[in-house]
Design a binder for this molecule. Structure first.
Ligand code: C5P
Length: 238
C-alpha cells in the first residue's frame, strides 16, 4: 500500500458539489475522507451515501460526540447504519459514555463496526485553559496520554493525536489506531507553536493515518501535492 493511502482528506466544506468534486479528484490517491458538521448539519447523514456514490469508500465521521451514554450510543447506532468507517467521541465524556459507544458498536456485524476514536485534548486548548479554566492539574501531554489510555481501556479502537504528542500517545496506548491531523509540508515553517508536524515524522512516531484538509482540497494535482508533503509513493500508487 502506498503511503498516500494513510492520508485522509478532510472535506471541510458545506458544499456537496465541492465535496463530490474533491472525492473524484482525490479518491484514486488517498485512503479515506473526513466529514464533519459543515456537511452533515445542512445535508444530514444521508450525504454519506452521496459521497460514497462519488467514490469515497471509507468515510470518517468526525462529529466528536459528547453526551450521556444513552444518547451517544444512539448516535453511534445511526452512524453505523450509514456505514461509516471511523468516528470520533470525546474521551472527556467519561468511561460510561465510551463503554456505551463500544457496546453499541459491537452489536453490529464485524464488517459494519466503525473504528471508534477518542479525542482527548483539542489542539485549540492550551495549558492556561486546561489549568485555570478547566481545573485540570495535569500538563497538556499528561492529560492527553491519560485520556487516551482511559479510552482504549474502555474498549475504544484508537485516538486522535496532534503530531507533537504522537510518540507519547503511542507509548500510552500500546496498540490501537492513531489518527493525526495538523500535518504540514516539510518546507512549511517549523517556527510556529501550533502542534503541527510533517506526515513522515508522525508516521515514524506511531501514527496510522494522517488528516490533511485545505492542502489537498485546493489541489488539482493530488499526486504532486502529496509528493510535496513527501507522502506519495509512486510504486504503491495503485
Ligand atoms: O489544517 P488542515 O486543513 O489540514 O486540517 C484538516 C483537519 O484537521 C480539519 O478538519 C481539522 O478538524 C483538523 N485539525 C485539527 N487540529 C489542528 C489542525 C487541523 O484537529 N491543529
Amino acid at each position: 500500500m502506498g503511503i498516500q493511502r494513510k492520508v485522509i482528506c478532510a472535506l471541510d466544506t458545506s458544499s456537496v458539489a465541492d465535496a463530490v468534486d474533491a472525492i473524484r479528484r482525490l479518491s484514486p490517491y488517498v485512503g479515506g475522507f473526513k466529514v464533519g458538521h459543515a456537511l452533515t448539519l445542512p445535508h444530514g447523514l444521508g450525504v454519506i451515501e452521496t459521497l460514497r456514490e462519488a467514490g469515497a469508500q471509507r468515510i470518517f465521521l468526525d462529529l466528536k460526540f459528547h453526551d450521556i451514554p444513552n444518547s451517544v450510543a444512539l448516535a453511534v447506532r445511526e452512524a453505523t447504519r450509514h456505514g461509516v468507517w471511523m468516528m470520533t467521541l470525546h474521551a472527556s465524556g467519561g468511561p460510561a459514555m465510551m463503554t456505551a459507544a463500544v457496546e453499541e458498536a459491537r452489536t453490529h456485524s464485524e464488517e459494519l463496526q466503525p473504528i471508534l476514536l477518542a479525542v482527548s485534548v483539542l489542539t485549540s486548548l492550551n495549558q492556561h485553559i486546561l489549568t485555570d479554566h478547566l481545573g485540570t492539574n495535569r500538563s497538556v501531554p499528561e492529560h492527553m496520554a491519560y485520556l487516551s489510555k482511559l479510552a482504549v481501556d474502555c474498549g475504544m479502537d484508537g485516538v486522535v493525536s496532534s503530531p507533537e504528542e504522537v510518540k507519547d500517545i503511542r507509548k500510552a496506548i500500546g496498540h490501537g489506531v492513531v489518527v493525526t491531523p495538523g500535518i504540514r509540508r516539510p518546507d512549511q515553517s517549523t517556527h510556529d507553536h501550533s502542534r503541527t508536524g510533517t506526515g513522515q515524522q508522525a508516521i515514524a512516531d506511531g501514527a496510522d493515518y494522517l488528516v490533511i484538509g485545505r492542502g489537498l482540497m485546493a489541489s488539482d494535482d493530488p499526486a504532486r501535492t502529496l509528493a510535496d508533503y513527501e507522502l506519495y509513493d509512486v510504486a504503491g500508487s495503485h
